[in-house]
Ligand binder design. Structure first.
Ligand code: CO8
Length: 261
């Protein structure tokens, strides 16, 4: 495949795409070149039919310590607004239909926390540290932090975090449901994410895509519209080959051999 300057990209398990942010000297600060590479790697996995789920991680010390402050330092309003600075970031969640697991060890601050929260499932290692310290820099979260953190942990906790700039520990993130699991070591965190991704990749990609789409709708719709939306998608899946394959396999006590159709 392609080689990247700031990423390590591989497929260590069947059906699983793996991306490791690799800008260690800057604690994986999310510079524009890094984000462009990340978008490109994710797009490649999105269009690769053999890939069913993706894991994104950083290093043991840092998932990502935020947007690149040195790059942003001299940015002007007209350049930020005029060029839609960081608009491409939201690409990550809009085009990616395959499940993304973010495995967080070390710092996930500012844009790093926001990137982690773009994961469909978040896992944390024991020393993961989440935070939105933008207030200390005279700005606010810019890639969804004020919205996604609030949805995830509730208003009062999110306000406290964003207004003080104080970090959230792995333990707290686990208790508050910001992450799905907290692991005992950084390796277990990444391996756990890979194992979950492998499990998901073992199912029909059509069903996995529909699950992700339906759950994501719950973030935007009220309960009634959301349940109706879910039912439409559920009905639609009876038009897929994999529904026939899955239910026939169950009835015949066989293993389903998915076609992704
Ligand atoms: N940007 C640029 N460089 C960084 C960043 C960053 N966010 N974080 C760390 N680095 C660099 C340091 O400058 C240092 O470089 P050098 O060796 O050249 O001096 C190197 O990484 C190592 O960092 P430290 O020496 O500071 O390491 P420590 O262990 O002492 O501290 C910390 C680690 C606590 C993580 C500390 O580095 C820190 O506070 N970093 C900044 C965290 C932060 O404020 N993040 C939020 C940034 S703003 C943001 O993300 C806004 C998001 C808006 C959307 C995104 C748009 C792109």
């Amino acid at each position: 495949g392609k080689t990247y300057e700031h990423l390590l990209v591989s497929s260590p398990k069947p059906g699983v795409g793996f991306i490791q942010l690799n800008r260690p000297k800057a604690l994986n600060a999310l510079s524009t070149p890094l984000i462009l590479e990340l978008n490109s790697a994710l797009r490649d996995f999105q269009s690769d039919k053999s890939i069913g789920a993706i894991v994104l991680t950083g290093s043991e010390r840092a998932f990502a310590a935020g947007a690149d402050i040195k790059e942003m330092k001299d940015l002007t309003f007209s350049a930020a607004y005029g060029n839609d600075f960081i608009e491409t970031w939201s690409d990550l969640v809009t085009f990616l239909k395959k499940p993304l697991i973010t495995a967080v060890n070390g710092y996930a601050l500012g844009g790093g926390c926001e990137l982690a929260m773009m994961g469909d499932i978040m896992y944390a290692g024991p020393k993961a540290m989440f935070g939105q310290p933008e207030i200390k820099l005279g700005v606010i979260p810019g890639a969804g932090g004020s919205q996604r953190l609030t949805k995830a942990i509730g208003k009062s906790r999110a306000m406290e975090c964003i207004l003080t700039g104080d970090n959230i520990t792995a333990k707290q993130a686990g208790e508050w449901g910001l992450v799905a699991k907290v692991f005992d070591s950084p390796e277990e965190c990444v391996n756990g994410a890979l194992a979950t991704a492998e499990k998901i990749a073992g199912y029909s990609q059509i069903a996995a895509k529909a699950c992700k789409e339906a759950v994501n709708k719950s973030q935007d719709l009220g309960i009634r519209e959301g349940v109706e939306y879910e039912r439409r998608v559920f009905h639609g899946l009876f038009g897929s080959k994999d529904q026939k394959i899955g239910m026939t396999a169950f009835a015949e006590k066989k293993k389903a051999d998915w076609t992704n159709e």
